[in-house]
Ligand binder design. Structure first.
Ligand code: NAP
Length: 321
């Protein structure tokens, strides 16, 4: 029995993955912003699978909340209430349609939630992993403008952390919600690959892996979309059309199980630095966008993100100092 920490494990893809992990007898740490929904998911998982499920309060759009959640995890390990983590799943994510909004720290909310929150969390929690632990990032095919997934939402823009954090300020026109989402996922991939390079340089056995679950309209991701568009996406006819157009198509059951497998199954021990995609019931290693492999941009993004989250050397996991 090991332990997996998961963000967004109370709903959608994350909850499906949590069920599969619990079925594999993994203990779980569910981290989420709404204590009652997270507790409800935890109670269901414990009752159904008999594993230990611990909950941690975490709002990824608040840097203070990320720091407090990381402290809780360190304390729970120190007190022997949970074990070191086999896997850290950076899975939570959201799209923000409608008027542009900003996090408590004043950063554009898509970038703050999907990228900055996880960037800080990983920096603070890496020491909590077991020697061969895995960090798995839930990415999205939308980050790649050359694919149909990317064309559907709009082309990801330059991964400039300061510009992305301040999108739409000073009366400047903001990018569309789709472009902000795709760009946050490009940043996620740049982070995943840069983390892998840093881990290798330091002789670490930890793994950093990216996973695109494919389009799954049944989750809550479309909650800010117009009701008609959300309904249309779930129809058989639209799924058929999107598949014909070449969109990456996932499903809750297959993609959730795939995420759980990547997190802990022995067959995925040697895939650090890779990008896996779930498409039409198959899980394959794929190439992400050209921009996602730009090492200079990845280093710059990391350094700028560290400035934005005010990352201190003393709080950073030892392996990354
Ligand atoms: N569904 C798709 O078509 C698709 C395709 C590609 C990639 N993805 C990615 O898959 C991941 C899971 O999304 P999903 O499709 O399962 O959507 P979902 O059903 O909406 O689940 C999203 C999860 O993220 C959590 N979350 C959102 N904002 C948060 C915050 N500020 N702090 C902490 N937790 C937060 C949500 O918590 P609450 O319950 O509190 O809202 C929820 O548990 C995301 O990274 C998404 O970008 C999805």
């Amino acid at each position: 029995m090991g332990t997996t920490f998961i963000t967004g494990g109370n709903a959608g893809l994350g909850f499906e993955a949590a069920k599969c992990l619990a079925a594999k007898k993994q203990n779980l740490v569910l981290a989420g912003r709404n204590p009652s929904t997270v507790q409800k998911a935890a109670s269901e998982l414990h009752a159904r699978f008999g594993v230990q499920v611990t909950t941690v309060q975490l709002d990824l759009s608040s840097l203070a909340s990320v720091r407090s959640a990381a402290k809780d995890v360190h304390r729970l390990i120190a007190e022997g209430k949970i074990e070191h983590l086999d896997a850290l799943l950076c899975n939570a994510g959201a799209q923000f349609r409608g008027p542009i909004s900003y996090s408590k720290d004043g950063y554009e909310e898509t970038f703050a939630t999907n990228y900055l929150g996880h960037f800080l969390l990983v920096n603070l929690l890496l020491d909590c992993l077991t020697k061969h632990g895995r960090v798995v990032f839930t990415a999205s095919g939308t980050h790649d403008p050359e694919t149909m997934d990317g064309k559907m939402v709009g082309k990801a823009i330059e991964p400039n952390a300061f510009a992305l954090a301040n999108e739409g300020k000073q009366n400047k026109k903001a990018s569309s919600a789709g472009v902000r989402y795709a760009t946050s996922k490009l940043c996620t991939l740049l982070f995943c690959y840069e983390l892998n390079r840093r881990l290798i340089k330091r002789g670490s056995n930890l793994a950093s892996i990216a996973f695109d679950p494919g389009l799954i309209p049944e989750t809550g991701l479309t909650r800010t979309a117009p009701a008609f568009a959300a309904w249309l996406l779930r129809t058989r006819g639209m799924k058929w059309l999107l598949q014909k157009l070449g969109v990456t198509i996932g499903s809750l059951a297959f993609s959730g199980n795939a995420l759980a497998r990547i997190a802990v199954d022995p067959e995925f021990t040697e895939i650090s630095g890779q990008y896996l995609q779930s498409n039409l019931g198959r899980l394959t290693t794929s190439k992400s966008s050209k921009a996602s492999y730009d090492e200079q941009k990845a280093v710059r993004l990391w350094e700028d993100a560290a400035t934005l989250v005010k990352l201190q050397l003393t709080e950073t996991a030892e392996i990354l100092r």
